[in-house]
Every structure is written in structure tokens, then in C-alpha cells.
Ligand binder design. Sequence first.
Ligand SMILES: Nc1ncnc2c1ncn2[C@@H]1O[C@H](COP(=O)(O)OP(=O)(O)OP(=O)(O)O)[C@@H](O)[C@H]1O
Length: 249
Amino acid sequence: MDSTRPAIKTRNLTRKFGDFSAVDNISFEISKGEIFGFLGANGAGKTTAIRMLIGLLTPTSGEASVAGFDVFTEAEAIKNRIGYMSQKFSLYADLTVWENIRLYGGIYGLPMETVKAKADDLLKTLQLSDARDKRIGSLPLGWKQKLAFSVAVLHEPDIVFLDEPTGGVDPITRRQFWEQIYEVTEGGTTVFVTTHYMDEAEYCDRVSIMVDGVIEALDTPSGLKEEFKADNIEEVFIELARGADRSQN
Ligand SMILES: Nc1ncnc2c1ncn2[C@@H]1O[C@H](COP(=O)(O)OP(=O)(O)OP(=O)(O)O)[C@@H](O)[C@H]1O
């Protein structure tokens, strides 16, 4: 991918369901290798935005390109250049660790030799070599998440989309997960991540905060704290999300 071109670019990207604007004119540019935190309360429109960016949902209006491809006309090309992981869509619980890696390697079109070599490497790095033939369903959640991330970047995508990747695990396990994120960005991969954990927002290069479908703030964590005269991102988030109609929080 051309390093001068934004990894993701949107302009007035909008998705309506009937008269309801789930995502309302969002605009931003994300650089190659950037970690972009996409925050918002429940129902803010994060998943809808991600579904448009990964080519699963057609926008109602606006523009967006991902890895240089247009979301309206080149959705298939986008799918080949991205990785995706969410709490809801991840690895197959009934397959073993190795079977999952092999399956995804096949889906991504990698040669079997490459898949084997990558599997050896990643299992060693994650200290999971002994779990190679264990069913995914039998592993602790934190391991499943680390493995799901490794599988989502197996094909060395330009961009990886992570939708609440660390839900339900302790802070130390989440921190280890973020070490993996930093590692892939060193190789130039761009990370687009949603989270409800505000400490994780501080780990991002830039953060946007979405309220009722609209991006209300977008800056570096330190820039946001300065702008809102807050000690941490949680305070900024609460200040903005307080006015939301959609959130139950
Ligand atoms: N297919 C759909 N039809 C109608 N409304 C929808 C549809 N998908 C999402 N919505 C609505 O759009 C709004 C945004 O939903 P979305 O799932 O994008 O929010 P979110 O920020 O990802 O929330 P969460 O953090 O709870 O996952 C919500 O009010 C939701 O009910």
C-alpha cells in the first residue's frame, strides 16, 4: 500500500435505517500504521460504521475508501486487504487451535507451508504450542482473544478492525493483547479498534468519540484531555456521552 495515501478515509459517511441515521455524516482520515480508537456508548453507531468500512453494509450516502479501495464499488478488494475480529465473530469453538489457524489460512488463500510456518511462530510467541491440538472452546477467554487476533492478521492485512476485542478479561491480559497490537503496527499495519475500556483509549494514537451517530471529538488522547480540561479520557467520554439519547448507560 502507498504509504502517503490514508489507510482509511471517510467523508460524510452516513447509514440510515428508514428515517433513523445510525451513522450520521462521519468524516476522518487514518494514516498507515496508526492505532485509531473508535469510541462511543452502546448504540452510538460503531458497529454500523465498521460494517460499512469492511464492505458488509452499503452506505446510504457519503464517501469512504479503505486500503485505497472504494466501499461502494470495490468491497471485494477491501475484504482481501483487511483483517477483522470481534467478540461476536471469532474462532470456531469446536475446532482445535491448529484447525482454526489452518481454516483461516485457507480462507485467506495462504499456501499450506506458509500457514504451518506462521502457526509454529505464533504458537511459540503466545506460548501456546502445547495447546495446538486443544479445542478452542476449552481455552481461557484471554488466550482465545490473543489467538483470534493472531489469526485476523495471519495474512498480513493493511488494516485490522477490532470490535471490542478485549471484552471480559482482566487488565493484565488486556495489556498483553495490546502488546500484540503494537507489534503489528511496527510492521505498518493500521489498527481500527473499538473498546469500552478507557485505559485502552489512552494506548491509541488518536481517538474519536461518537455520540448518537455523530463524531463529537477526534484528536490524540493528550489533545482531547487538553481540549476538555480532563485528567483522563474517561472524563472526556462521560462529558460527551452524557448528552446521548441512545445509550442506556
Ligand atoms: N439493521 C438495523 N436495522 C435497524 N436499526 C439498526 C440496525 N443496525 C443497527 N441499528 C441501530 O443503529 C444504532 C447503532 O447501532 P450499532 O450497533 O452500530 O451501535 P454500536 O455503537 O456498535 O453499539 P454497541 O457498543 O452496543 O455495539 C442503534 O440504535 C441500533 O439499534
